[in-house]
Each structure stands twice: as structure tokens, then as C-alpha cells.
Design a protein around this ligand. Structure first.
Ligand code: SF4
Length: 313
């Protein structure tokens, strides 16, 4: 197993010592105690890769089959919706624009677009909060975009396939997904690709009919199980761009009533976005849905075409 500059806990080396897995670190800023280090340099990429493959081959004889636990369950996923590609999925070859998406929002088929992203937190049942939040949003005709570990959690639960629209999406969202053959959740990459979601917001804005600023759009972001410091930085750039962002557990800032008021209320008047904190993923989804409805009302959009669906198990 190769670990680089990513949110891998140093305790991984201790866990690996219980098995037959060799761990190699490759980034000078992410050296782990007791782990072999093979520095990765771009100009020597092929040689380094060979060295790593040889290390894996050498380690193969240590494999203890009784300690290999690969789950039998398999799940299909449809992934890789980039801001450029979405034109083609949503608009088709001849209407390669965001117009069909904007129209679906304006007409009340899709309530809004919400990014449910971020870490899978070992303090929760793995992925449980992501799945509960996403199901609630889909039933309320919210198109969900996902990245990172959040997308993996929902992918494993069978939510990243076009067929999921029939089971989990409200009637309006389902109509759109079935017309173009997309899943009700669009997977847009790793958690470091969250900036793509902001590009998508800009594309929606440029297409027209949904306001003048990102803060006008019926959109929001959520990280129901965040745990990495990186999630805070990502959340802040979304907030600073004018987006309402809900975290599961609060950042450790609530000891100061002034700061709490600043980031959860006052900030909306300054940058158009702000923070919300709610540990219950269904309650958090309802906060988000309420936020989308307020934005829709401000934009004077049509009422939603259909009543929300019951949330499927
Ligand atoms: S989503 Fe969180 S845990 Fe997953 S890779 Fe990104 S920062 Fe790490």
C-alpha cells in the first residue's frame, strides 16, 4: 500500500502490522513512523513505479490467505461527471448546454443542486449519515453532486446508478434522470475536485435565469461526516463563494457566541454564504431543503411540480 499526501492516519502502520501488508510512503511531508519511504519525484516516475512494483512482488510470499477478507458484494457505479461533460449528459449532443438543467430548476422539477461531500468518519456507522442525508434530498427532488469518500459511501449503497432514480428520487427529479439516463447523484471526482462543483455553479449562473451571483442560486453544500482539516478549508471556500454549507459535527468554534453568530448568521450579509451545523443527517437535509426553498422564492421560481416522495429504505 502506497501512502502519499492524503488524509491517511499514521496509525495505519500499526494496523498493517497485524496483517501482511507492506506500507510505503512517497511524499517527504507525509513520512510515517516505522514505514519504508520511497520518495516520488516526477522526473523519476517510471523507475520509482518499478521499484514499488518490485517491493509488492517481494512481499507477495508473506500473504496469509486466512487474513484476506474481500467482501463478496459488488455494486455498479456510474462516475466521472465533470463540469465539461455534464453539458453532454444533460443537454445531449445537440443541446450541449446547461439549459436543460436550468429549465428543470426554473420549472420546479428539480428543487436545487446540493453537494454532499467529504469524509467518512469512523465515529459514525460507516457512510450512514451520507446515505441518510442523500436519500432525504433525493426524495425532495434535489439533484445531488458528490465527491470523495461521501461518493464512495453512496456508491456502495447503490445510489450512483441511473436505476436509483426510480427508487429514491422525487417525481420531478426522476423525470429528468430518466429522460437523459443519469443517476440522481452525479459523481464529480475526488474530494480535491470540489472546486469543480463551484465551476458547475458558475456554469448554471452563466446559463441564465437563476440570478446574478452564486449566492442567488438554489444550491448548498454538506459534509455530514467531515473529519479532515482539509474539509474545513474546502467548506470555507464554498462559504466565501456565497454557498450555505452544513457540517455534521460543528467545528470547535462554538465556545464563542460571537464567533458562532458571525459564521452562522452575519456572514450571509457579507459574502452571501455561511455555516450551519447539525449532527442528525435528516434534520440537516431539511435545513438545506428549507434554504433551497428560500432561494427559489427570492428568485420567484415556479412552485415545485410534485409533492416530495416518501424516503425509500
Ligand atoms: S473525503 Fe475526507 S477522508 Fe476522504 S479523502 Fe477526502 S479528506 Fe480524506
Amino acid at each position: 500500500m502506497i501512502v502519499d499526501l492524503q488524509c491517511i492516519m499514521p496509525s495505519l502502520a500499526r494496523v498493517a502490522s497485524c496483517f501482511h501488508t507492506k506500507i510505503v510512503s512517497t511524499h517527504e511531508k507525509a513520512r510515517f513512523p516505522g514505514v519504508e519511504h520511497i520518495e516520488f519525484k516526477e522526473e523519476e516516475a517510471v523507475n520509482t513505479a518499478r521499484k514499488l512494483i518490485e517491493a509488492a512482488i517481494d512481499n507477495f510470499s508473506r500473504r496469509d490467505k486466512s487474513r484476506v477478507h474481500i467482501p463478496k458484494e459488488k455494486m455498479d457505479v456510474v462516475v466521472g461527471f465533470t463540469p465539461a461533460g455534464e453539458f453532454h449528459h444533460l443537454g445531449g449532443k445537440y443541446r450541449a448546454t446547461y439549459r436543460p438543467l436550468n429549465n428543470a430548476i426554473i420549472e420546479g422539477r428539480i428543487r436545487g443542486v446540493v453537494a454532499v461531500v467529504g469524509c467518512d468518519n469512523p465515529k459514525n456507522q460507516s457512510g450512514g449519515s451520507h446515505i441518510a442525508m442523500v436519500k432525504e434530498l433525493l426524495a425532495h427532488d434535489v439533484l445531488v453532486v458528490q465527491t470523495g469518500c461521501s461518493a464512495i459511501a453512496c456508491g456502495k449503497a447503490g445510489l450512483l446508478v441511473p436505476e436509483a432514480a426510480a427508487t429514491y428520487a422525487g417525481l420531478g427529479l426522476r423525470e429528468v434522470c430518466e429522460a437523459v439516463g443519469i443517476p440522481p447523484i452525479l459523481h464529480t471526482g475526488a474530494c480535491v475536485d470540489n472546486s469543480r462543483i463551484l465551476i458547475e455553479c458558475c456554469n448554471i449562473l452563466k446559463e441564465g435565469g437563476l440570478g446574478e451571483d452564486i449566492s442567488d442560486l438554489p444550491v448548498a453544500g454538506a459534509a455530514p461526516e467531515w473529519m479532515s482539516e482539509k474539509a474545513i478549508a474546502i467548506g470555507w471556500y464554498a462559504v466565501a463563494s456565497g454557498i450555505f454549507v452544513v457540517f455534521g459535527s460543528p467545528m470547535p468554534v462554538l465556545g464563542s457566541p460571537n464567533l458562532e453568530k458571525m459564521i452562522t448568521k452575519d456572514l450571509f450579509d457579507i459574502v452571501g454564504g455561511g455555516w450551519g451545523f447539525e449532527e442528525d443527517p435528516v434534520k440537516a437535509a431539511k435545513m438545506i431543503i428549507n434554504h433551497l426553498d428560500i432561494k427559489r422564492e427570492k428568485l420567484k421560481l415556479k412552485p415545485m411540480m410534485y409533492q416530495p416522495q416518501a424516503v425509500a429504505a
